[in-house]
Design a binder for this molecule. Structure first.
Ligand code: SF4
Length: 232
């Protein structure tokens, strides 16, 4: 990482999306560290369904999505319809605030909380992927733990857990992070700091290579075997 990016992570903290990328594979963080974060079409759709599907028609939701994300493909309309259908029997969590920037100076993290309900003090995370059979995905456990640490410091609000809306599945689950989740955060932050200082991380034990766009780059970084150097 360049000196300026390293300083930025130190001053601003690490974004929760970077933390999650490093959690999935620290090498992915290494290869993607200077890229600009871009909200996905599926997230924009799920977020709008989560915030408006009780109040507005599909047409109105689509109009709002096009306003928020003008370059969205018209093909995404089918995904919106399927999300609305999925959520018919899983009423979205109520909210009074949305897109709240939360930060923990102590931990050195910042991120965006999807929804907060002042009437109950309840926090909600909106996901644009399908739900696992039970509980939440490992990365959502980390996301939830990281957000709650930031919420505690930014809003002086101590919550044991938060709701996770899996919009494409129409499933809402409650998750309480545990010490393992927080330990993983501490370990991943340490790895990020090492990479920021210039270290190239080793391959994790079980990396998600089959759906990784850095495979070529990553293989190119593998140290060459001594025998290969002496091959004629
Ligand atoms: S190819 Fe595998 S090890 Fe390499 S960055 Fe991607 S997920 Fe990580």
């Amino acid at each position: 990482m360049t000196a300026s990016s390293l300083d930025m992570n130190k001053q601003k903290g690490i974004s929760i999306s970077s933390l999650l990328q490093a959690f999935a594979c620290s090498r992915q963080y290494y290869f993607n560290k200077n890229a600009k974060w871009k909200s996905s079409d599926t997230y924009t759709i799920c977020k709008q369904v989560s915030c408006a599907c009780n109040i507005h028609s599909e047409e109105e939701i689509w109009d709002a999505i096009c306003l928020i994300h003008p370059e969205i493909s018209p093909d995404s309309r089918d995904f919106l319809s399927s999300c609305i259908t999925a959520m018919k029997h899983a009423p979205v969590r109520p909210w009074t605030d949305t897109d709240i920037t939360v930060k923990s100076k102590k931990v050195g993290l910042y991120g965006l909380l999807d929804k907060y309900d002042a009437n109950t003090g309840e926090c909600t995370l909106t996901r644009c992927c399908t739900a696992p059979k039970t509980g939440c995905w490992p990365e959502d456990a980390i996301r939830t733990a990281a957000l709650l640490l930031c919420v505690k410091e930014t809003c002086s609000l101590i919550k044991a857990g938060m709701y996770i809306e899996y919009i494409p599945s129409g499933v809402i689950r409650y998750y309480e992070p545990n010490p393992k989740d927080r330990r993983r955060i501490v370990q991943t932050i340490h790895q990020i700091h090492e990479i920021d200082k210039g270290a190239f991380p080793p391959k994790p034990l079980h990396p998600p290579c089959s759906r990784c766009r850095f495979v070529e780059k990553c293989n190119g970084h593998e140290p060459r075997k001594l025998s290969a150097l002496f091959k004629k």
